[in-house]
Design a protein around this ligand. Structure first.
Ligand code: GLV
Ligand code: MN
Ligand code: MN
Ligand code: MN
Length: 424
């Protein structure tokens, strides 16, 4: 039996890893060892801009054409034999969590770029153009919710939908975006969205961020879909008071009512099967003084489940549960994000499966617990994802790690998948 056919392109593992490590310097969080260094590169900050500039420099040197849209999504285009053909789109995001790792998001962008570069260097002609994209604000850590760039691009929300959303310093998303667009004014602008010509397909490479591939001893995850997620913002308003003099029964203590609300939400979301995910990851208390009763408490809710009916039922109950938990204060509950579970159509997963098999890599199908820009592309074009293993399943943590060899294998699968899709 002949072995798997060798690809006609060469993914440069060293170059790819070195670019990832250069990107990791932009927002580096010092760690005890080089392998424990994380990254804090919030979206639309000068660091995010520096990362995009670094990529743009590489892309221009490689001969790709660069453009940006009105929400800051960045595109690098490799021309095809038929420039009018619907392009194959591939990429991910460059922003990170505040205590993030070196691979979440950025790997998918750099893998896409390396794939395109290896195709160009091998002189392989594709009929379709291939476009690399870096979506704006996937993480939602600075401005909630995440995936703003892909949602606006896909028409799920207008690009102005989040103008009033502020970060913890009070800077609005609109202000940060306008500053960013002004700083990038020299880049060619492109219309937002597919503009009547949907891509032929969208492929996103990403670290798994979970333990399954590693524990199964596999190289590649063929992503079948993404569980649903809902985000809420809760604000509880009471009254400031003196910590030493105000009797408890007369207080309107926002923190105490927040604790009651979170306790009640823990009961609402209790799932003996441990499938439902409920997270309060962000809490703000005002005026945030030890000896003043807080008049304001805000917290975030992140709720996820693979079954739309469960997610809908539990999510719809959130506001009522919070209101019922209020003893002395008033609460407002705002839904910020509602992404139903997504199933990727077969085009991309099947192409990924063929590409992994052709390279003799061990692969399995699996669903994603994390959300990704790819899910918002599904109404526009066939989309799908490629996962590579995450050491210990760790992510949204500086110790996030995937080896250079594992990343290169994933990039080879991405390259072969893109070639398969861009051929006709
Ligand atoms: C996005 O990074 C997520 O939380 O899934
Ligand atoms: Mn990500
Ligand atoms: Mn992430
Ligand atoms: Mn994500």
């Amino acid at each position: 039996m002949p072995g798997p056919a060798a690809p006609a392109f060469v993914v440069d593992q060293e170059r790819h890893w070195s670019r990832l490590m250069q990107m990791a310097e932009l927002g580096a969080i010092p760690g005890p060892a080089p392998e424990d260094r994380g990254v804090n590169r919030a979206c639309l900050t000068p660091l995010d801009r520096a990362a995009r500039r670094l990529l743009i420099g590489w892309a221009e040197a490689a001969g790709l054409s660069v453009s940006i849209d009105e929400i800051g999504n960045l595109f690098l285009r490799h021309e095809g034999g038929d420039p009018g053909a619907a392009p194959v789109l591939t990429g991910s995001h460059m922003d990170t969590q505040p205590n993030g790792g070196r691979f979440d998001g950025i790997w998918g962008v750099l893998a896409a770029f390396e794939a395109v570069q290896s195709i160009r260097e091998a002189g392989i002609a594709t009929r379709r153009p291939i476009e690399v994209v870096a979506w704006t604000n996937e993480e939602g850590g600075r401005f909630a919710p995440g995936c703003m760039g892909s949602m606006a691009w896909a028409g799920a929300q207008p690009a102005t939908a989040w103008d009033a959303v502020t970060d913890t310093a009070g800077i609005s998303f609109r202000q940060a975006l306008d500053e960013h667009l002004a700083a990038e004014a020299d880049l060619p602008r492109r219309a937002l969205g597919p503009a009547g010509r949907p891509p032929h397909a969208y492929v996103e490479a990403h670290i798994e961020q979970g333990p399954l591939l590693e524990s199964d001893g596999l190289d590649i995850g063929i992503v079948t879909g993404i569980q649903g997620s809902r985000w809420f913002g809760v604000e509880i308003r009471g009254k400031t008071d003196h910590a030493g003099t105000a009797p408890l029964r007369l207080r309107q203590d926002a923190v105490q009512d927040m604790v009651r609300a979170i306790t009640a939400l823990n009961r609402l979301t209790h799932d003996p099967a441990d499938v439902l995910r409920f997270t309060v990851g962000k809490v703000e208390v005002l005026p945030n003084s030890s000896n003043t009763v807080a008049d304001t408490a805000r917290f975030s809710i992140d709720l996820r489940h693979p079954d739309a009916a469960v997610l809908t039922a539990r999510g719809d109950a959130v506001a009522g549960v919070v209101q019922a938990a209020m003893r002395h204060c008033r609460a407002t509950v705002q839904e910020r994000f509602n992404a139903l579970p997504t199933t990727f159509p077969p085009l991309v997963p099947d192409a990924v499966e063929r590409a992994a098999a052709a390279q003799g890599l061990r692969a399995r199908r699996l669903a994603s617990g994390a959300f990704h820009d790819a899910q918002f592309l599904v109404p526009v074009c066939p989309a799908g994802m490629i996962f590579v293993p995450s050491r210990g399943g760790i992510s949204h943590h500086p110790a996030e790690y995937t080896s250079p060899e594992q990343l290169a294998a994933g990039t080879r699968v991405l390259t072969a998948t893109l070639l398969d899709l861009a051929r006709d």
